[in-house]
Ligand binder design. Structure first.
Ligand code: SIN
Ligand code: CO
Length: 393
């Protein structure tokens, strides 16, 4: 279970994803943590109305667990004492964009399924108790140290303490025990029990992946079809026969309705919608990106690139790509489809795994004029930025 480095993408999906936990020692360069959010700034986020936060007070020696939900008053933090509590804040990558830089290490993971980065600050003894999550999670340890116990198979019967606003198992977790420090990363598949207890004041960054429910996908695609209108015809009962008289829907009629639905799902529209859907912010209150007020021209961009300035794609920007049945790569950001053409395919595959773009990269990625028009568009849409440029969001 202890690995020297992250598994290759092939090995990750074959052996670990959804199946087996692992720990990688020193997986993340320590220098990266200098730009990550610290405890004080995390407490600052927890004062905000629209940001989801919790304070969990642990129950040493069989006492009672408590979970309070934010927003908090500033003076709440002064009354918590030195030990046995943690503060957890959701969607931190959207509010503290440097924290999103952590995601550079997770190109092998399905980033389109990523929900958020939840950050916890915990004092000695701090814990959210033994539990499972319905999502996949990479627990990235920042400063401090924590002792984890990690179950080695999914929990069949989740038996939680009743009457708590927090899912804490009645019993303890049995599994592998491991203490982690800065840069160590633990992967936990859904429904695997885990419990972390802080041994030295700690920051933990939980990179979580959770897919939508089938009902949510169906409802959202239906809503999209309704808005598109084209192809959204009434079912008119074509081909009905005597078996469908009265209140009976014949097997043939049922099959034709199913085929109508399948055809709607196998269309180019579906591929375009799917990219847009998975690029939506996972949290309603996160603002969509807007185009820049001051737009640059292809020529302006080209000159700056030729001058040696590089462009980069900030990691907190949610992108998603699908490939239509005709091979077109569809790109979407923050719930909106972006206009692509087959001339951009090579660049888009490259963008999927890279986030810094130089003039040399552009020259190697296809027809320069077509690419510069598209890259300028992405820049003007606030999806690409020049290095050292403040994020204008
Ligand atoms: C934490 O950081 O304490 C919670 C992470 C988890 O167990 O999911
Ligand atoms: Co958990």
């Amino acid at each position: 279970m202890i690995l020297d480095t992250f598994p290759s993408a092939e090995e990750f999906y074959k052996t670990y994803w959804g199946q087996k936990p692992f720990v990688v020692r020193s997986a993340i360069d320590q220098a990266l943590f200098e730009g990550m959010i610290d405890g004080d700034s995390l407490a600052g986020l927890a004062l905000e109305e629209e940001i989801k936060s919790r304070i969990v007070i642990t129950a040493p020696e069989g006492g009672k667990w408590t979970c309070e939900h934010g927003p908090f008053e500033e003076d709440r933090f002064g009354t918590l004492g030195e030990e046995n509590w943690s503060l957890l804040v959701q969607n931190v990558e959207q509010y503290h964009t440097d924290t999103a830089k952590l995601l550079q290490n997770f190109h092998f993971a399905p980033r389109w399924l990523m929900d958020d980065i939840m950050v916890s600050y915990s004092t000695v003894g701090g814990s959210v108790g033994p539990h499972t999550d319905s999502y996949h999670v990479f627990l990235v340890q920042g400063m401090g140290r924590r002792k984890w116990t990690i179950g080695q198979s999914p929990v069949q019967n989740e038996d939680y303490i009743e009457g708590l606003d927090l899912k804490v198992f009645k019993g303890s977790v049995s599994g592998v025990e491991i203490e982690v420090g800065i840069g160590d990363v633990i992967y936990i598949p859904p429904h695997f029990a885990h419990e972390g207890i802080t041994t030295q004041e700690a920051m933990t960054f939980s990179v979580g992946f959770l897919g939508p429910k089938l009902s949510e996908l169906m409802a959202q695609y239906g809503y999209y079809l309704e808005q598109m209108d084209q192809g959204n015809k009434h079912y008119a009962g074509a081909g009905l026969d005597v078996e469908s008289a009265g209140f009976a829907i014949s097997p043939g009629a049922q099959e034709r309705i199913q085929n109508d639905l399948i055809n709607a799902l196998c269309s180019d529209d579906f591929s375009i919608w799917l990219a847009a859907y998975f690029s939506m912010p996972s949290h309603d209150d996160v603002e969509n990106i807007e185009a820049r007020d001051e737009k640059l021209s292809n020529q302006d961009l080209l000159e700056r690139l030729q001058d040696g300035q590089n462009l980069y794609r900030p990691e907190h920007i949610k992108l998603s790509m699908t490939i239509s049945p005709d091979g077109t790569v569809n790109l979407a950001a923050y719930g909106a489809a972006l206009p692509t053409s087959p001339a951009h395919n090579k660049f888009l595959h490259w963008l999927n795994q890279n986030n810094t773009l130089s003039m040399q990269d552009i020259e190697a990625l296809g027809d320069q004029d077509a690419l510069m028009t598209f890259i300028t568009y992405l820049y003007n849409q606030n999806i690409l930025f020049f290095e050292n440029e403040a994020l204008d969001l």
